[in-house]
Design a protein around this ligand. Structure first.
Ligand SMILES: Nc1ncnc2c1ncn2[C@@H]1O[C@H](COP(=O)(O)OP(=O)(O)OP(=O)(O)O)[C@@H](O)[C@H]1O
Length: 667
């Protein structure tokens, strides 16, 4: 089974309507309460109807035609009663009866046509907005995703868009139809017998007043319910992903209680909505019934006095009753309109989120891969006024094409943040990063991301086949190239999966072990054949033997690319030509492993945990270049050495490498 890789943005040639311009160049995200633009947000979604305008207009015509039939039937009834029935005209009765039957049947057929026409159009609109929203989520920067709960996004992309569809499919149509029906029928009622018409109009006033009064409350509850649905979705997602942790700590009760609180809150909000509606619906039941009693009494008297005919009274009552549903549903339809406006707010918040990381003008993959960081500083974007602090400051580093630098630093020192800046997952806050002399902000994102490939410590795999996961960065890779990348990453285990490369792996690659996922992630990065390869502690989950094999193969790959390798172990550092030590967000030392080992105590502490070594000691001038590079003297025989204070023995013995203390890091 071969499937297309996950698209990260909508293909430009896809036969879909463009995102309405209002959505693309929308202003920055602002909290919903500050925005008096609720209707505007809904209107901004209406251009999605454009591709379906013929179908939608036809649907409106069918709907209004069937409304005409609905109104005509009571009038025909009047004509039958006051004409053929009253005058015992059998021929006229057949004629008018058949016509009324025809009108009734055409009303039913038009109703069916309306439903048939509208469902396809509105489902298409829902699909189109959903696709654009998804494409938008793909291009929004990491800072956006850091700030948004994934459940909120899920609830917007699923629930809110269904609300928009419901509104477009019947909400807006019936709102228009019902208003027209109320106005036209009220006019006819006044014309049939104005005193009774006035009674009916008076009865509409309290209903309309209640509808308007309820709107604000209902809107507030709608928004609260929709936001809380997002919180619940986040809870479900988190507990599904963190199931192992929850089980291993035996915290099922705790997460259940937390979930129970969230769900109960949603339940309470929905209950408040229902209570509000219930009060409203009660009013809608009572008032028409009271009106009917009054109309029947006054109408019977008027018929007895001969002021109106029996046919007029029957038509009046039939028409008046036909108003009950349009008026009653007005409350529901206005509620739906409110919900839809809230949903449109929530959807457009995503479209409106700023996209600071945009394409530059240069669409060319960098030829050599010379990487330069100039006085780079970075602070995480923060929502509030609080200063988020500098995660990186004054970072200067230059890598020649083909050179590999290991990034070493204590946990939290800024290594991952630094590696995220190179593919522009975040943009630098100050300074610049250049590849082959071009500021990476000048490059188009596709060009940059073809130049730079990254493998992360926590490798995310998708619910796709192994092949699709591997070729994410290079969809046109050949079998030979895939096999080579698999070999480099020592991921040959994929051939033993039930369907080999076509085996579909579970959600987030969960059916694979951590080390297997890391190897696939590494193979994916290698297969992308970048000019700059960034490995963010990619080998941390491998056993020492596999790590040694991967490193052996990686050595060849790194010869041809510029590499930044985040390393916590000496064995990984040995892949690099030079090492950069990062401390509290700043690169404090750059040199070979041996130089730093010999001269920088904090570096020794990090890699060797050896604080017994002399601070500031220079490496032995008799060491070979290779020894200097590795910081280990291969010729030195630890077993033979009798000097208890020997620096080399201490280094070799304490080093947490897979190579054995006397093997000189296995080079
Ligand atoms: N999304 C974020 N928002 C705010 N601060 C963050 C975010 N991600 C990381 N940080 C902070 O930035 C700093 C550097 O984090 P980073 O992940 O780069 O550390 P690291 O050196 O890679 O650590 P480790 O070796 O543990 O992976 C830390 O203080 C961390 O708390």
């Amino acid at each position: 089974m071969t499937r297309q890789p996950i698209p990260v943005s909508r293909p430009t040639d896809a036969p879909r309507p463009a995102v309405p311009a209002g959505l693309v160049s929308a202003p920055a995200l602002r909290p919903p309460r500050d925005r008096p633009r609720r209707m505007t947000n809904l209107l901004r979604l209406l251009p999605y109807l454009k591709p379906y305008r013929v179908r939608w207009t036809a649907m409106l015509v069918a709907a209004f035609a069937s409304l005409g039939a609905t109104i005509a039937i009571p009038l025909m009834t009047k004509a039958v009663i006051d004409g053929p029935v009253r005058h015992h005209d059998e021929h006229g009765l057949w004629l008018l009866g058949t016509a009324a039957l025809g009108v009734g049947m055409s009303e039913a057929i038009l109703w069916f046509i309306r439903r048939w026409l509208v469902s396809r159009a509105t489902m298409g609109v829902e699909r189109d907005i959903r696709e654009d929203l998804y494409a938008r989520l793909q291009v929004l920067p990491m800072s956006f995703h850091n700030q948004w709960q994934s459940g909120q996004l899920l609830s917007r992309i699923m629930n809110d868009l269904s609300t928009v569809r419901r509104f477009l499919s019947f909400g807006i149509v019936f709102l228009a139809l019902n208003i027209v029906q109320i106005v036209v029928v009220s006019g006819i009622l006044l014309r049939l017998y104005w005193p009774l018409g006035v009674v009916v109009l008076i009865s509409i006033v309290p209903i309309a007043a209640t509808v308007l009064h309820n709107q604000r409350q209902y809107t507030k509850f709608s928004r609260m319910a929709q936001d809380q649905a997002g919180v619940v979705a986040t809870g479900v997602e988190e507990s599904a992903l963190g199931l192992r942790v929850i089980k291993s700590f035996g915290r099922e009760d705790y997460v259940y209680d937390r979930f129970d609180t969230q769900v109960t809150e949603l339940f309470d909000i929905q209950l408040r909505k229902v209570r509000l509606q219930a009060r409203f619906w009660t009013l809608l039941e009572v008032i028409p019934n009271l009106t009917l009693i009054v109309v029947l009494g006054l109408g019977a008297a008027a018929t007895g006095d001969g002021r109106i005919t029996l046919g007029t009274l029957v038509a009046f009552i039939t028409m008046m009753l036909s108003l009950v549903w349009p008026i009653a549903s007005l409350g529901f339809l206005l509620s739906l309109t409110q919900e839809c406006m809230t949903a449109a707010d929530r959807v457009t918040e995503i479209f409106d989120a700023p996209q600071p990381i945009a394409d530059g003008p240069v669409n060319a993959v960098s030829p050599a891969g010379r990487l330069r960081l100039r006085d780079v500083g970075f602070r995480f974007p923060s929502d509030d006024e609080r200063d988020s602090g500098w995660a990186l400051r004054h970072v200067d580093l230059e890598l020649a094409p083909g050179e590999t630098v290991a990034l070493v630093g204590a946990t939290g020192s800024g290594k991952s943040v630094l590696t995220s800046l190179i593919p522009r997952l975040y943009d630098v806050s100050e300074g610049s990063i250049e590849i082959d002399g071009t500021d990476i902000r000048e490059l188009t994102l596709p060009a940059l991301r073809s130049t730079v490939a990254t493998a992360f410590e926590d490798p995310t795999l998708f619910s796709l086949s192994v092949r699709e996961n591997l070729t994410l960065g290079r969809p046109d890779a050949t079998e030979a190239q895939i096999t080579e990348a698999i070999d480099v990453a020592q991921a040959q285990f994929v051939h033993e999966l039930p369907f080999g490369l076509d085996t579909r792996i579970g959600e987030q690659g969960m059916s694979l072990s951590g080390g297997q996922r890391q190897r696939l992630s590494l193979a994916r990065a290698v297969l992308a054949t970048p000019k700059v390869l960034v490995l963010d502690d990619t080998l941390s989950a491998l056993d020492v033997h596999t790590e040694a094999l991967v490193e052996h193969a990686l050595r060849n790959v790194l010869q041809d690319v510029t590499g930044i390798v985040v390393a916590h172990r000496a064995s990984t550092v040995l892949l690099a030509d030079r090492v950069a030590l990062i401390e509290k967000g700043t690169i404090t030392h750059v040199g070979t492993h041996a130089q730093l080992l010999a001269t920088v105590p904090s570096y020794r502490y990090l890699l060797a945990a050896d604080d017994e070594l002399d601070d500031g000691a220079e490496p032995d001038p008799e060491w070979s270049d290779d020894d200097r590079r590795t910081g280990l003297r291969e010729q030195h025989d630890v077993d033979e050495c009798t000097d208890d204070t020997c620096r080399e023995c201490a280094t070799l013995r304490s080093r947490p490498t897979p190579y054995g203390a006397t093997e000189g890091a296995g080079r």
